[in-house]
Design a protein around this ligand. Structure first.
Ligand SMILES: [Zn+2]
Length: 71
């Protein structure tokens, strides 16, 4: 007659969710090498925030496509 089980499972799920968030944040930080690239490393143009949030990037879109063509 205990509901502790359900509560416990919820708590575990919540903790796992937080750990996943933390992991994603740490991974992003690692990709950025600690610094957030607000400006393109190639031409110095500001990178749109939407692009930075969508993908971990250091270059603006034109420079990124240029670099990808060369590789
Ligand atoms: Zn650029």
């Amino acid at each position: 007659m205990s509901t502790a089980w359900a509560g416990g499972a919820d708590a575990i799920a919540e903790r796992m969710e937080k750990m996943t968030e933390l992991f994603v944040a740490e991974t992003r930080k690692a990709i950025y090498h600690g610094e957030s690239a607000t400006h393109c490393e190639e031409c110095g143009e500001p990178i749109p925030e939407a692009r930075r949030k969508a993908i971990a990037c250091k270059y603006c879109l034109p420079c990124q496509s240029q670099l990808e063509k060369h590789t």
